[in-house]
Design a protein around this ligand. Sequence first.
Ligand SMILES: NC(=O)c1ccc[n+]([C@@H]2O[C@H](COP(=O)([O-])OP(=O)(O)OC[C@H]3O[C@@H](n4cnc5c(N)ncnc54)[C@H](OP(=O)(O)O)[C@@H]3O)[C@@H](O)[C@H]2O)c1
Length: 262
Amino acid sequence: MKSENQTTLGILGTGHLATYTVTGLRHSGDQRRIILSPRNAERAKYLADNKNCEVAENNQTVIDQSDLILLAVRPWQLTALLEGLVFPKDKIVVSAVAGLTIEQVRNKADLPEKLALILPGVAAENALGFVPIYPEIPEVKALADSLGKTIAFKQESQFEEASAMACLNGWMYRFFDEQFNWLTNNGVDAEDARNMVLHNTIGAANYALGRPQEGLDELAAEIAKDGTYTKLGLDKLEAGGAFQQWSDALDMIKAKLDASDE
Ligand SMILES: NC(=O)c1ccc[n+]([C@@H]2O[C@H](COP(=O)([O-])OP(=O)(O)OC[C@H]3O[C@@H](n4cnc5c(N)ncnc54)[C@H](OP(=O)(O)O)[C@@H]3O)[C@@H](O)[C@H]2O)c1
């Protein structure tokens, strides 16, 4: 019997997500067999030549030769993708199609019993970041474990919060750019500025990861003591509603996701 991370992975939709997912698996030393759908030939060839993947003749071959099939097309492409494809009952299907529930995916085709959701973000390329899954199927968890920190939700609805957090991942680059511009406008070299912003962020995250027993608010309070410059700045940000705005934006995304379920 194959162990969970020896299952052959088939990917339907050889695009951006497929590329960073395959790259992340190889980065983690996950050497499983990977079979790609042929559309987007240039990208498929790149992954075949550089990341030890195979390119199937057609989408049905991807399914037939794989144990675990990742759906990685855009939401509006899924119906056309699944049309005419046959999924034997012993396969496992995992959908990375953002915003679609298990029921919505299942309604589109005669899919096997084992059907899960996953949402790796771009950080999966370096096997960092968080990777939500639901439900916790061992083969799906093994895939997620090779792509970053698996978060196996107890409820499917928590994918909405995960999707909103995935958007926040993108917003962070804008926040990083704000800091970068402030530094360079004040005369710091671009390379130094970029390194300061990014290593400051990694450093802060790693410090907190090393102290799981301390609340994130406690870590902030530990540094932002009365009379410090950190506290001065924190108070200004709080007074301007800077942090509340991030929660408000997350609420807005969640409301949109809720509405798209109706
Ligand atoms: N990229 C991200 O950061 C990210 C993060 C989380 C979740 N996701 C989700 O992941 C999914 C894929 O996103 P993506 O960014 O990878 O999109 P993408 O770059 O557009 O990739 C989708 C790929 O699927 C191909 N495709 C479409 N219909 C097909 C079919 N019938 N048979 C075979 N291939 C087909 C597309 O080819 P054409 O270009 O020819 O149409 C394209 O190469 C989306 O549902 C998205 O919500 C993406």
